[in-house]
Design a protein around this ligand. Structure first.
Ligand SMILES: *Cc1c(COP(=O)(O)O)cnc(C)c1O
Length: 390
């Protein structure tokens, strides 16, 4: 039974696999806090979070009553170990936890992940693994092995459900056995192995989350099986590296590890960059089409840079070209209509998707907000108006 196999992959990582939906991050941190309190370490409240983290991490830490301290990252996107050591040293008496995203939000498998976790443990803290990038790990590695105490699975990142199930960090958490007694309990539904006297309390009204949405993750796991899930992970990593390789001569690849690179979930972690996550879902032909498009755009940039194309009126800056623009009687541009409409061989008349309008100045719109607040009278019905005037 493939579903059981998945469970057996996950089981050694965690003594308990408690399904907890919505607020996974909060639940994990609250369990850490309850555990520390039980040991008489109420004063431990500092949560270290790398600057590369997703904004939900500090938000959840604050909600769990922790004090957030940011850890610098180096130019390769890795946690700055020297800064981490300094922070740990400074806060060792009050260190509660560190939240780590692995591979990081910059897509890099941090090589010192074990050292980072060891350092936190040696100084009395617990490690929370943000599971948003589990689709680079499922079937290949187990967060518990490299040091995580609470490991989270973002179901809308790795297990096929849409966003909107409730966040931050919608999905189950798994904890090592020492944290199990502190997991959430429920006043109506008895939760196996959770002792209400040590439990952190109740977090959600429906202890196992939304029955409308979770069958999707269940069916995905069941249909993929353990081999299929591992294969999906391998393909996701391969796709990211393939794309980086095809684009590396034309675009600057900002972060990559020495052994592997995985583009994480869609985000905008560094201003002026585009993060691309191909995932396992696209086939090679689609990846190639996407790379061809990016390389074509780079060529259009080079044509401007090297003086072959006008700096103002060029295919790049005038794109997208709508049907109205291409078919207009006036065409006074220094490039052909054909190139404007079909810049690459795979864009053919039969399959071309025509944009309905040309470029709009989004930034202008963002910087010049216009508020339309019609007065209440604008809502008056004609019937009321008639009555008033009669
Ligand atoms: C998506 C994501 C989260 C969780 O955010 P949601 O609001 O629950 O989607 C946390 N960390 C990382 C790195 C993420 O990519």
């Amino acid at each position: 039974m493939s579903g059981c196999k998945i469970f057996s992959i996950l089981q050694p990582i965690i003594a308990f696999f408690l399904l907890l939906f919505t607020q996974g991050e909060y639940a994990g941190l609250a369990a850490i806090k309850a555990y520390l309190n039980s040991r008489g370490e109420r004063g431990r409240s500092v949560c270290l979070i790398p600057r590369s983290a997703h904004g939900t991490n500090p938000a959840s830490a604050q909600m769990a009553g922790m004090k957030v301290q940011a850890v610098e990252v180096d130019k390769d996107g890795n946690i700055d170990l020297a800064h981490l050591k300094a922070l740990v040293d400074k806060h060792k008496a009050s260190l509660a936890a560190m939240m780590i995203t692995y591979p990081s939000t910059f897509g890099v498998f941090e090589e010192q992940i074990r050292d980072v976790c060891d350092l936190i443990h040696q100084n009395g803290g617990q490690v929370y693994l943000d599971g948003a990038n589990m689709n680079a790990q499922v079937g290949l590695c187990r967060p518990g092995d490299y040091g995580s105490d609470v490991s989270h699975l973002n179901l809308h990142k790795t297990f096929c459900i849409p966003h909107g199930g409730g966040g931050p960090g919608m999905g189950p958490i798994g904890v090592k056995s020492h944290l199990a007694p502190f997991l959430p309990s429920h006043p109506v539904v008895a939760m196996a192995s959770v002792n209400s006297s040590s439990s952190l309390g109740t977090i959600s009204a429906a202890p196992w989350g939304s029955s409308a949405i979770l069958p999707i993750s269940w069916a995905y796991i069941k249909m993929m099986g353990s081999k299929g899930l591992r294969h999906a992970t391998e393909v996701a990593i391969l796709n990211a590296n393939y794309m980086a390789k095809r684009l590396e001569n034309s675009y600057k690849i900002l972060f990559r590890g020495s052994n592997g690179f995985h583009a994480p979930t869609m985000s905008w972690p560094v201003a002026g960059t585009l993060m691309i996550e191909p995932t396992e879902s696209e086939d090679k032909a689609e990846l190639d089409r996407f790379c061809d498009a990016l390389l074509g755009i780079r060529q259009e940039i080079a044509d401007i840079e090297e003086g072959r194309m006008d700096t103002r009126i060029n295919p790049l800056k005038m794109a997208p070209h709508s049907l109205a623009c291409i078919s207009s009687s006036n065409w006074d541009r220094p490039y052909s209509r054909e190139f404007a409409a079909f810049p690459l061989p795979f864009i053919r008349p039969e399959t071309k998707f025509w944009p309905s309008i040309s470029r709009i100045d989004d930034i202008y719109g963002d910087q010049n907000l216009m508020c339309t607040c019609p007065p209440m009278e604008a809502y008056d019905s004609p019937y009321e108006e008639k009555r008033a005037s009669s």
